[in-house]
Design a protein around this ligand. Structure first.
Ligand SMILES: [Zn+2]
Length: 296
């Protein structure tokens, strides 16, 4: 996305990296990230000027190259580059090559991961927004938020009930295209009125989803056993649960749009000369899909 129109020769101030990071940290305070996470600024000079920002899900080489081509001075990604720490940034490893590419071109890298997941609005609000479904409350509320708006995942309502099949078709239509497409588990004709959504891997949230009593769960990376158990739990004493599994990248890419719009608004408020872009590059690692058993 581009930001508001700027006149050529505009005297609008170009912000420093430190100012842009302060704005991002206000949206997604780093102290709200999970203990195991690695969020914040990976590389960059706080005094450098930033006139162009690129948002993307993954800090991979294609995205670093895209930031170079765009002339961005700041790349903001959802996933960390180094989650477990490192002792080398040698370009002989792909992560080190990303660091070299960015530093050589004076591009900073900043990560907002689990602190963006639980924010208000957060990653799952963007996912719900992409599907045009109404957010009711967090799936796993943040106990430190008295307003009850922050937390992991979201419980949503549909204005008009859909079958699980129709809901999956909507996800396939509205989410950014990735090779995996959309998989479902459960009765495709079951009616869906309430949905739990969680951008990224939602495996760990099954207990909360069951407790919420929703009709369906939209997330990514669901594994065989938890998925099988969730469907098997759909016995008469439990509400049936439909599963909708999308590509991890596709469930988080809508956050990039939301985050870019947030920074754009802040930039307008400050009168900054700052352009905000969202990568459309598909960085989901799964790149082809072959339905099995299909005739050639
Ligand atoms: Zn993720």
């Amino acid at each position: 996305m581009g930001c508001g129109a700027r006149q050529a020769g505009s005297l609008a101030p170009v912000p420093r990296l430190s100012e842009v990071i302060a704005a991002l940290d206000a949206l997604w305070p780093p102290e709200r990230a999970e203990q195991w996470d690695a969020v914040g600024t990976v590389c960059g000079d706080p005094d450098a000027q930033v006139s162009r920002v690129l948002f993307a899900v993954d800090p991979v080489q294609e995205i670093a190259d895209e930031a170079v081509k765009l002339g961005a001075e700041l790349l903001v990604t959802h996933h960390p580059l180094y989650l477990r720490g490192t002792t080398t940034v040698a370009a002989s490893h792909f992560k080190g090559r990303v660091v070299h590419t960015l530093i050589k071109h004076d591009i900073a890298l900043h990560v907002a991961h689990t602190n963006a997941d639980t924010a208000d609005p957060g990653v799952s609000d963007a996912l719900a927004g992409a599907l045009d479904i109404r957010v009711v409350r967090p799936l796993v509320p943040d106990p430190t938020d008295p307003a009850g708006r922050r937390g992991l995942g979201r419980i949503c309502e549909l204005d008009h009930p859909l079958t699980l099949r129709e809901f999956a078709a909507r996800a396939a239509e509205r989410l950014p295209a990735a090779a995996q497409g959309i998989r479902t588990a459960g009765d495709p004709e079951a009616m869906v009125r309430t949905v739990a959504v969680s951008g990224g891997s939602g495996d760990s949230l099954f207990d909360a989803v069951r407790a919420a009593g929703v009709d369906a769960f939209l997330t990514a990376d669901l594994r065989h056993h938890p998925a099988s158990e969730a469907v098997q739990h759909s016995l008469p004493q439990h509400a049936p649960l439909g599963l909708v599994d999308a590509a991890h990248w596709a469930t988080e890419q809508p956050w990039c749009q939301q985050a870019a719009a947030q920074l754009d608004e802040i930039s307008d408020r400050h009168g900054w000369d700052l352009r905000v872009h969202v990568s459309k590059t598909v960085t989901d690692p799964w790149s082809t899909h072959h339905p099995s058993g299909a005739p050639n």
